[in-house]
Every structure is written in C-alpha cells, then in structure tokens.
Ligand binder design. Structure first.
Ligand code: ADP
Ligand code: MG
Length: 426
C-alpha cells in the first residue's frame, strides 16, 4: 500500500496492463487478436561513489524493482505519438524527421530522443535509419519523479529496448549491445532533452543484474564492456534491506553548484598536472602510505576548498574499491561504515548534502541502520540506509518521526532490492 509514504513497485503484469490501458485510451485499441507488446526499465540508486563519474572514477549503482513500463506499437510512417499516466490528458506528437538537438521539448523529448539516437547509430553503421519506425507509445511508472532515482533513464531505456526489438536490431541480446543502447539513451538525455548528465543511470537501467550491484569505471575511452562489472549484492540472502528515503525536498541551486564542483575538480587536476582526479586516486591507492601520498598532493593545491573537494573525490573512489572488496568477500553486512564515511565526506568536504538528507541519515543510524548516506548529486533527492530486513519499518518510522520533529515535509520510502535490467515484459 502507499500508506505512510511507502512507494511500492508495480508487478510486471500490472505495469504492462496499465501501460496498455493508457495506450488504448489515448490512441485506440489493438487490432483483434493482436496484443501490443510492453517493455520495462528500472530506476536506480547509487550504493557508493558520488561525484566521481566526471572525475573518471568509480560508482556502484543498483537497479530498483521500480520500473517504467512502455507499451509500444510501431507505425508504418515516421510519426511519434505518446501518452503517459504521469502526464494525464496530454499527448505528445512529433515526426521523427523533425527530432534533433534543440528541436523538441517536453517529456516526449526523452522518448523521441532515443529513436533519434538509434537512427544516428544506424547511419554511423552505414545501415538504413528507417529501420527505426515511428510509433505510438504509452507509459506508466512506479519510479518517483525527480527523486534522484532516475525516472528519466528508466523512460529512455524502456524505449531503447522496445525500439531495439521492433527494429530487429538485436542489441539487447548482448552486454556489448546494451552498452550501445545505453549510449543512445545518454545522447537522448544530453542532446535532445538537454540534461547534461553522465552515463551511470542508463548503464544501470540496461546492464545491472538482479542480486548484484554494477561497478562502473568512468574512465573515458575504456571499452564499454570492460567498464562495467557485476558485483554480488544479494540482500535477501544476507537478511538485509536497502531502504531508500525520498526526502521529497525541492532541489535548490543544483545547476550552479554542480558546475562549480566540476570546475574545481578540473582546475585541481590541471594544477596537479594530471588528466583527471582518478589518476591521483590510483596513485594514492597504489602507494605504501596512502594518507601521506594524499596529503602531499593536497599540499600542492591553492586553497582549502580545492583541498577538501579533491579529498572527497580521492577518498570516495577508495571507498568504492573497499566496498566492492567486502561484497566480493560475501560481507554485505560490513559495508555500513563505508557508507557513513561517504556521507560525512559529501557533507563536510564536498558540501552537497542538505538538512533533509542529514536528518534522514542521522535518524536511520540512531534507529539501528548499519550505515546510511545521501545518494545522487545532493541538495535534495534521496538517502539510502542499509538495515536488517526485520528493522525496515522501525527505521522508516524513526525517519518519519524525525522529519516531523524538524518541521520537514513527509518523506517517501521504498526498498531497493537489486533487480533486473530493461527487458520485454509482455
Ligand atoms: P529523475 O531522473 O531523477 O527522476 P529528471 O528530472 O532527470 O529526474 O527526470 C524527470 C523527467 O523525466 C520528468 O520531468 C519527465 O519529463 C520525464 N519522465 C520520467 N518518467 C516519466 C513518465 N513516466 N512519464 C512522463 N515523463 C516522464
Ligand atoms: Mg534523471
């Protein structure tokens, strides 16, 4: 139930039925004897490795059981007509020839952008772009919007596997092909929807596996297949749960702050004479005395702010490595202190936390969470807490009570059981 802020995942047959119903309502029923097909893709949370992607670092997302469902019927022309349960009463329409950077707006740009990017991919391959046809599509989703759980990538990636299927491209059948679909989905978000994001969300939605976290190495130029590694993270088997707290707080100042953090990191790398802070993280990691190696590098930086930003990035990449090592040893119950240290670093050194995120994290720990941290870019969005499976309600109650005590709006809750990637569901 949605009571007390809980956001349940839709079952696949429910999600498929709802998306089909939206399609029938908006654009008419199927031909008799033909049921429209449905594809789905998950939202994600990042377990650890925050603000590391643009520093060529490491991150570790998990696919949510919460998915976006897309019922899609190819057309014989190049028209795209869209409806969504999350955008009631409006349909979005464009001709594929008219889709390009700066040419379309609104939520349909995430969808039509994927068709555009796949056509671009076919052109680059010397293939016929018209293999990707126009289509009617309808969407329903249980991924919260704008909560830092990547409803945008869930939408793009559900459309990517749908179009891969109807165009007969066969890309979803292999991990290498899924990397191509992820790139197309990133291009849709960056170039058509105009949102300057990294590639973590789309890789998670297309390449994460149930019972695993996905270790992503963000060094540019790396072979896309080698840049993603499955790491066992079977919470059920360990008697654990990953509780997500959606603070439901408005993101404030995010754009300017994000650009500032990025510029500070790039300036610091230049000052240190390296291509990215990843190179420093690797050198520190390989050193006999990591603390001294980091201190020496920090001494070369001009001011305290730059030193703290760099310290976050380098130590965070180290924490991703340490957390992955624990998971590979089968010790998921031992990762809590690394999550706590990540939060402290993001709050104090990187300065991207918020009152809501700090309240959620502190209340979860006091109530018995093994570890808790903000997740995503910060300034709002969501926090995660690793808890014993039988303590989920206790911890959620404590967080809810703390928000009330602090006069904050009621948070949302969901469980991030590591789940399957984008696929056809009906
Ligand atoms: P997040 O990805 O963190 O949820 P974003 O701002 O990146 O937040 O993406 C949210 C946007 O993606 C929405 O404003 C909307 O344009 C689009 N979107 C995502 N899911 C849907 C959906 N089910 N129906 C319509 N639009 C959607
Ligand atoms: Mg997004």
């Amino acid at each position: 139930s949605a009571a007390r802020g809980w956001v349940p995942a839709l079952a696949d047959d429910d999600g498929a039925a709802r998306a089909r119903a939206v399609l029938a309502e908006a654009f008419g029923a199927d031909e008799p004897g033909e049921e429209v097909r449905v594809w789905a893709a998950p939202g994600r949370v990042n377990l650890i490795g925050e603000h590391t992607d643009y520093n060529a670092g490491l991150c570790l997302p998990v696919a949510l059981p919460h998915r976006t469902y897309v019922a899609l019927r190819p057309r014989t022309d190049s028209l795209v007509r869209l409806a969504s349960a999350q955008a009631p009463g409006e349909t979005w329409t464009a001709r594929l020839e008219d889709v390009g950077p700066g040419e379309v707006a609104g939520w349909g740009s995430y969808v039509a952008g994927v068709a555009w990017a796949l056509r671009e991919h076919l052109v680059a391959q010397g293939a016929d772009p018209a293999a990707v046809p126009g289509f009617d599509a309808a969407v329903d989703s249980s991924v919260p919007f704008g909560a830092g759980l990547s409803s945008s990538a869930a939408l793009e990636c559900a459309v990517a596997v749908a179009l891969d299927d109807v165009a007969g491209l066969g890309l979803a059948a292999t991990d290498a092909g899924r990397a191509v679909l992820a790139t197309a989905s990133v291009r849709a978000e960056n170039e058509i929807a105009g949102a300057p994001t990294g590639g973590m969300d789309q890789s998670a939605a297309l390449r994460a596996q149930a019972g695993h976290a996905l270790l992503l190495d963000c060094r540019p130029g790396l072979d896309p297949v080698e840049s993603a590694t499955q790491v066992p993270f079977d919470l059920d088997a360990a008697g654990l749960a990953l509780l997500v707290v959606d603070t439901r707080a408005e993101h404030r100042l995010v754009d300017g702050q994000y650009a500032q953090r990025r510029a500070t990191c790039e300036d610091a790398a230049r000052t240190l004479g390296i291509g990215s802070l990843r190179e420093l993280a690797d050198a520190v990691d390989a050193s006999d005395d990591p603390a001294a190696a980091l201190a020496r590098a920090l001494d070369a930086l001009p001011d305290d702010v730059a030193r703290r930003r760099v310290r976050h990035v380098v130590t965070e990449i180290g924490r991703v490595r340490a957390l992955v090592a624990l998971l590979r040893e089968g010790r998921p119950d031992a990762v809590g202190p690394l999550m706590n240290a990540s939060h402290a670093s993001l709050r104090d050194d990187y300065e991207v936390s918020s009152v809501e995120l700090d309240v959620a994290v502190d209340a979860a720990r006091v109530a018995g969470a093994l570890g808790a941290r903000m997740t995503g870019g910060g300034f709002g969005g969501s926090a995660i807490a690793l808890v014993r499976a039988d303590q989920v309600e206790t911890v959620a109650d404590a967080v809810r009570a703390a928000f009330e005590r602090e006069g904050l709006g009621a948070p949302g809750f969901l469980l991030a059981t590591p789940s399957a990637p984008a696929e056809r569901v009906a």
